[in-house]
Design a protein around this ligand. Structure first.
Ligand code: ZN
Length: 314
């Protein structure tokens, strides 16, 4: 099989947002930019680089506009940032992001804890952000991350019907794309298959992406389940950076390098050079000395049977 015939799967690096926001320390802006540059050179083309939130609440993200601007200078890159409200969205548009990610929790309890708004209020925010984007005449796209779609550490169970209903409400309010997010690492593959199937049946191709955490070791299994349901875009974090505020010592997002290894070994085309990505994971360990990193492939090494076919990154 030639590289061009392999089916493409998009890998989105979210470590600069989902990973760094969990840390007590600040990564200097120059190191964030170096991270994006080096990972871009591995072939990664989509990055979620920041949150547009008040620096007082999240000092790790105070340089959001600067990081977006630096990332946008790279060729063939798509730069997204999270914005939980209209003010953040306006700042993200000013910074010239390609897409805004709006986090909307399927769990009311999580929504109130995370953004101090009910889910219904967040849908109203989404509609306002849609109007803002349309008024400015910019081609900024709106992605919704449906957080805690598979369960919540505060509320417990999240009903599947709630998620399906919410997905439709997001589409009605103007979302271009929807991702289902297992924010707290509760999901299992059977649940992933079922819920992606139900949401897809309701909103069709607007359901675009999956965001899995590996808090309880089911992250990559959940990716396979979502692949079976036709999903071809996955968030991941280099070195599994992040963690879970409700489970000290637990890992964060699925590790980008493990995801790339699995997808490429399964015959998908990520366009990413695995050996270079593993080197980049080692650089990350230098930028964040003492920081726990997760994932398997960087520690175990690439198997001799791994395909050495030409990858997109030169
Ligand atoms: Zn996350």
């Amino acid at each position: 099989m030639t590289a061009s015939r392999r089916e493409k799967v998009e890998v989105v690096e979210v470590g600069l947002r989902d990973g760094l926001q969990m840390l007590d320390r600040l990564l200097p802006t120059k190191d964030k930019i170096a991270w994006i540059n080096v990972e871009h050179a591995c072939g990664v083309r989509r990055f979620e680089v920041a949150s547009f939130v008040p620096p007082k609440l999240m000092p790790q993200m105070a340089d959001a506009a600067e990081v977006v601007a630096a990332a946008k200078r790279l060729p063939n890159i798509s730069v997204t940032a999270l914005a939980p409200n209209l003010k953040g969205a306006a700042a993200a548009i000013d910074a010239a992001v390609d897409a805004i990610i709006i986090p909307i929790s399927a769990s009311e309890a999580h929504s109130l804890a995370n953004v101090k708004r009910t889910t219904a209020q967040m849908i109203a925010q989404l509609a306002e952000i849609r109007r803002l984007c349309d008024e400015r005449g910019r081609s900024v796209r709106i992605h919704v991350g449906l957080a805690t779609a598979f369960g919540c550490t505060i509320q417990g169970e999240v009903r599947e019907e709630t998620v399906v209903h919410l997905a439709q409400a997001c589409v009605d309010a103007g979302a271009d794309r929807i991702a289902l997010a297992d924010t707290v690492g509760y999901a299992n593959p059977a649940q992933v298959r079922r819920l992606f199937g139900k949401v897809r049946a309701k909103v069709g191709d607007r359901l675009h992406a999956a965001h899995f955490h590996d808090t309880r070791g089911t992250g990559l299994a959940n990716v396979v389940a979502a692949l079976d349901e036709g999903i071809r875009s996955f968030d991941a974090s280099l070195g599994g950076l992040g963690g879970c505020p409700h489970a000290p010592g637990a890992s964060g997002n699925i590790a980008t390098e493990d995801l790339v290894f699995m997808l490429e070994a399964m015959g998908f085309d990520t366009g990413i050079n695995l050996a270079r990505l593993i080197d980049t994971q080692r650089r990350l360990a230098q930028w964040l000395p003492g920081q726990a990193l997760y994932g398997k492939i960087a520690a175990a090494g690439v198997p001799k049977t791994y395909s050495t076919q030409a990858h997109a990154a030169a």
